[in-house]
Write a protein that binds this ligand. Structure first.
Ligand code: FMN
Length: 237
């Protein structure tokens, strides 16, 4: 591989937000996971866990996440009494290991707003069009139609280093997938709820859920031409 090949691989990977339904062959998924495990880790402990679902399991997870999303939407919009109702009735209540509904640090908030604005504008969704925004947000819990969904966990006894290692593994996985023509999108939003994952997998109790990841073949939908760009490098000099 030339240095140019490497730069090309890294710079052309994008978060895929619309997938074709075609399954990724089991042998190819295994190959990608085999690549991912070559990511470096703290004293080579590989202190993470990945659970992967395809077929009917994916469909059950998709269904359950959509139900949780729908049940929590009013609370997400801070509608009067919705939070109280969600907690009392336990419908849609977050049960993840880490809080995903939280205020962003003030210095990072502008970047979050920027990427959201640019993505919605790319999709032609107006800022005031709450229904269209909700529908696009809901697509996250539909895994953007991906046939395969993964969940990444970090060992609680080695945090924050285990989370760092999980991130290194995740990027290696995404690059291997991309090199093999397979698209991915990390789905941090899925870490809001852990119940659906525990219902489908036997996750060792000391592993904490960090993120989901959708895996499949990118469709030619317009959303997949979105380029989030990057900040200038001089901010770290
Ligand atoms: C841990 C993690 C969680 C993410 N969660 C989401 C998510 O829930 N929904 C989503 O659409 N994108 C999610 N993303 C994708 C980021 O928005 C994306 O990586 C960023 O905007 C840069 O775009 P790019 O991946 O196309 O280069 C996540 C990325 C990471 C690394």
């Amino acid at each position: 591989m030339t240095p140019e090949d490497f730069s090309e691989l890294v710079r052309t990977r994008r978060s895929v937000r619309d997938f074709r339904p075609d399954p990724v062959p089991e042998t190819l998924l295994t190959h990608i996971l085999e690549d991912a495990k070559w990511a470096p880790s703290w004293t080579n402990t590989q202190p993470y866990f990945i659970a992967i679902a395809s077929g009917e399991k994916t469909e059950r997870l998709r269904q359950r996440y959509l139900e949780l999303f729908d049940a929590s939407l009013d609370a997400q919009h801070r509608r009067p009494l919705a939070l109280l109702r969600m907690f009392l009735l336990r419908r849609g209540r977050p049960d993840g290991d880490f809080k995903t509904w939280r205020a962003y640090p003030r210095d990072l908030q502008p970047y979050r707003v920027k990427v959201g604005r640019e993505l919605y504008s790319h999709l032609g969704i107006a800022r005031q069009d709450r229904d269209a925004r909700d529908a696009q947000w809901r697509r996250n819990c539909e895994f953007f139609g991906a046939p395969t969904i993964g969940f990444i966990f970090a060992h609680e006894g080695l945090l924050p280093f285990s989370a760092q290692d999980a991130g290194l593994m995740l990027q290696t996985l995404m690059l291997s997938a991309h090199a093999n023509g397979v698209g991915t999108c990390p789905l941090g939003v899925l870490a809001t709820w852990r119940g659906p994952v525990d219902a489908e997998f036997d996750i060792p109790p000391h592993y904490r859920l960090l993120t989901g990841i959708a895996i499949g073949y990118a469709s030619d939908a317009h959303v997949n031409t979105f380029n989030a760009g990057r900040r200038s490098i001089d901010r770290i000099s």
